[in-house]
Design a protein around this ligand. Structure first.
Ligand code: ZN
Length: 158
């Protein structure tokens, strides 16, 4: 479960913490949760976009910051890439901007950002190709390791 991809969406890190608390509480008394936690690994990233998240807390002018804080490409004075638009899943096609100053700037290429690389490479391991709770289900349905990927592969094999 990846939370805190978009810096300004403060509810998502709070939700990840809530989720962890709830499953740990349920584990004590719920046999189903005990079985799940015995047989499955849970990976929770409370804040994926750490520098963007910190920036969004700086002051009122940064409260609505969305992207990470990586320097823009050459000849661009703006900062940041929209991490949710940087994954290698229909990259650059839907709801993105190639203007590095735009809040939905998708980066110079798929998975150009260290945060997207970390998630992508972490989920490449077969044992980690597990159901996930994607940040934006419609946009990330083909994200590495998502619950949708195996279905797409089966369809492609027909
Ligand atoms: Zn978002």
């Amino acid at each position: 479960m990846d939370c805190g991809i978009h810096a300004r969406e403060w509810i998502t890190p709070a939700f990840c913490q809530y989720f962890v608390r709830e499953i740990l509480q349920a584990y004590k008394t719920d046999p189903k949760m005990q079985a799940m936690m015995t047989n499955m690994d849970f990976y929770v990233t409370p804040v994926l976009n750490i520098d963007g998240y910190i920036h969004s807390w700086k002051d009122n002018t940064t409260r609505l910051w969305r992207k990470n804080r990586s320097p823009g490409p050459l000849n661009c004075t703006c900062y940041g890439t929209d991490l949710n638009r940087n994954f290698n899943a229909n990259w650059g096609t839907l709801g993105v901007s190639f203007d590095c100053c735009d809040p939905t700037f998708c980066g110079t290429k798929p998975v150009s950002e260290p945060e997207a690389q970390a998630v992508t490479y972490f989920r490449r391991k077969p044992e980690r190709r597990l159901p996930v709770f994607p940040h934006h289900p419609l946009l990330q349905q083909d994200a590495p390791g998502s619950i949708w990927k195996p279905q797409l592969h089966r369809q492609q094999q027909r």
